[in-house]
Write a protein that binds this ligand. Structure first.
Ligand SMILES: *Cc1c(COP(=O)(O)O)cnc(C)c1O
Length: 382
């Protein structure tokens, strides 16, 4: 098999055999002609069930995550919703990390719990706590996110997958922050990978998408049925843009990681900063695990400001290259205030983010310019 960077450009991306176009057209077709009743060409019938552009993205994602099948959805949450509905029945229990993406917690807490699903959260870096939180016969899903959003906590995927499997639990990893270039959860024992393709996979803040990747035929059939039966699919245009983004994933992630590492190192010990959350720093409690299970440490970092919530807000409103916006993973740098923005939905729960924390999605601009921007914004706060 070819290396990652080669597959990112070629897997599922054969040229168009009819015209020789190096980039196949975007198949903007909702239905497909039949040669006689039931005579489908290449299996295509109706685009909710299958579309060639979506298939090319799905083949690419399966290849990059080392899975047998991938399914592409209209958003990360649509992907999570389809996966969970294909796995859970009334009375089942979902065990989540206590630092997962706010929208993931909201999805289960607000939409699944009222239908009789049980939810609890646990500190995933504490193996004993995880063992104790698994409810024998009831826990169906162990939901990991590493690095996590926004505190960049690191979970030992291999160790947690083993604990989950001892108890017959399906182990899901949200791989959005790392991307398959930096981390491959299936090879570490996870059963399912989910993505918000809106972030690093798309990579240019111009597409909303999500994915589920599996390595098991039975699971694949269940997710395939939900994708077709409930229809939260990604559109041909969105699928094509995601493929387009993924071609540069490897080079982008290298630069994101390098830039974020430089900023994290510069901010550690800065007079305005209480703490830097970046798994690439040796001071990070998950550093050794991250170094083992990731190729590099990624483009996301958070900082806690010494001056509390007021200083945090001023910092977030004082940068210029780092634009104040939700989301992450695009080529441009973004800054956000999680407790009021991405994580407003978990305010008052155990997932609430400290109010002096600011999250940076470090882009691939010139590091000199990025560093100068961050330092000028912190200067008045020191
Ligand atoms: C953004 C995000 C999601 C949700 O994805 P959408 O594409 O916004 O629906 C899930 N997990 C993580 C870690 C995210 O950052």
């Amino acid at each position: 098999m070819n290396d990652f960077s080669t597959r990112a450009i070629h897997a599922g991306q054969a040229f168009d055999p009819t015209t020789g176009a190096i980039i196949p057209p975007i198949y903007m077709s909702s239905t497909f002609v039949q040669d006689g009743i039931g005579g489908f060409r290449n299996g295509y019938e109706y685009a909710r069930g299958g579309n060639p552009t979506r298939d090319s993205l799905q083949e690419l994602l399966a290849s990059l995550e080392g899975g047998s099948k991938a399914f592409s959805f209209a958003s990360g949450l649509a992907a999570e919703d389809a996966l969970l509905r294909s796995l859970l029945k009334t009375g089942d229990h979902v065990l989540m990390g206590n630092d997962v993406y706010g929208g993931t917690h909201r999805l289960v807490n607000r939409l699944f719990v009222p239908w009789g699903i049980e939810l609890s959260t646990v500190e995933m870096s504490d193996a004993d706590a995880v063992r104790a939180a698994i409810r024998p016969g009831k826990t169906r899903v162990l939901w990991l996110e590493t690095p996590s959003n926004p505190l960049l906590k690191i979970t030992d995927i291999e160790a947690l997958a083993a604990i989950g499997h001892e108890a017959g639990v399906i182990v899901v990893v949200d791989n959005t922050f790392a991307s398959p270039y930096l981390q491959q959860p299936l090879s570490l024992g996870a059963d399912v990978v989910v993505h918000s393709a809106t972030k690093y996979l798309g990579g240019h803040s111009d597409v909303l998408g999500g994915a589920v990747v599996v390595n098991d035929e039975e699971l694949a059939e269940k997710v395939a049925f939900l994708q077709f039966g409930a229809g939260g699919v990604s559109s041909p245009m969105e699928s094509w843009l995601t493929v387009r983004g993924i071609k540069t994933l490897a080079v982008r992630m290298d630069r994101h990681s390098e830039n974020a590492h430089t900023i994290a190192s510069a901010l550690e010990g800065h007079p305005a900063i209480e703490r830097v959350f970046y798994p690439g720093l040796e001071s990070h409690p998950g550093h050794d695990i991250a170094a083992r299970q990731m190729r590099d440490f990624g483009g996301m970092l958070s900082v806690a400001l010494k001056g509390g919530p007021d200083a945090a807000r001023r910092f977030a409103e004082s940068t210029s290259l780092f634009q104040l916006a939700e989301s992450l993973g695009g080529v441009e740098s973004l800054i956000s205030y999680p407790s009021e923005m991405t994580h407003a939905s978990v305010k008052g729960t155990e997932l609430a983010v400290p109010e002096n924390v600011i999250r940076l999605s470090v882009g691939i601009e010139s590091i000199g310019d990025l560093l100068a921007d961050v330092l000028q914004a912190l200067d008045p706060l020191s």
